[in-house]
Design a protein around this ligand. Sequence first.
Ligand code: PLP
Length: 360
Amino acid sequence: MLFISGFIISWFINHKQYNKIGHYRSTFNIANISLYFYMQPDKPRFEDIQQAAASISGRIHKTPVLHSRTFNNETNSRSFFKAENLQRIGAFKIRGALNKIRSLSDEEKSRGVITFSSGNHGQATALAARLENIQCVVVMPEDARISKKNAAQGYGAEIITAGTTSEDRYQRAMELRKQYGYTVIPPYEDPFIIAGQGTCGLEIVEQIPDVEYVLIPVGGGGLISGCALAIKSKLPSVKVIGVETAGADDANQSFRQKKLVRYESTNTIADGMRNLSLGTINFEMLLRFVDDMLTVSDDDVVAMMRFFFERMKTVVEPTGAVASAAIRVHNERFKDKRVCAIISGGNIGIEDFCRLVINS
Ligand SMILES: Cc1ncc(COP(=O)(O)O)c(C=O)c1O
């Protein structure tokens, strides 16, 4: 009953305030969004993102916003690139992992943490654990690249290998949790992880207060759900758009069908998008806060990586280039608009980078 009346009041306020502008509207929107989420305690609220920002401040970088006149001329847009490839560990993932680990009780910290990602989240969890002086185990696939193992080990994590699929890793992590009492640090479906990733959205609205569109890559949905909540709370008229590659467009399908779509497999060079579906909380937040979804091809992504390297002297991994590629591919939509794309990561080895870009 409480939930239903809260929802109705929230909807009513939301509906009424669309004609208002400026600070009043933004404050009102925060109250409105907060009311909606107080009714749903598994989801983060805007205040959780502000708390996350205070918790991780000084421990991570406030990343710069890059520009390119050539890109603006080519796309007839005014584009900005939020450079999370220059973040600690080379990707935004440290924001969520550190916020989550810092939220643990002393007792939980004393038992250590575990995660089951071979990618950026594994490295982020390893570094966050080291910063908080706690034990960390990362379960990786048996065929994980030695560079990835070395990176997580370099931050002091213990590496355990299990099978080759994400299911194998997840099962092994759950067994170890049961045996040793570790706390699991999930990659995207967790309110503290989402709030941590949302701090990137907070920085965007501070750094580009007149931004009109924000483009965000989507894997499990941690980055977009946190950033969309932050952006809509501060600047409700900004359009938030999720971007995927066509070979892994489960979130695009979920958004259009308004039901959580799960794929059997994906086919893309963007490895941060290879998960088969959004998380449940992430899906609900995506439906509520995201205005649209777009797709690009793997070739578009490689062309964008080449542009970043040649014209902007910056190294971007495939998933990190997906959102920016959408400005080029869908440029009629962004004509004369102030658009920010998140470069979500830059972790790619020289061999893989050359293989992709030289063969394009
Ligand atoms: C570089 C990069 N960008 C984007 C994503 C997608 O993030 P999320 O799973 O929070 O949607 C990932 C996920 O691993 C990633 O590594």
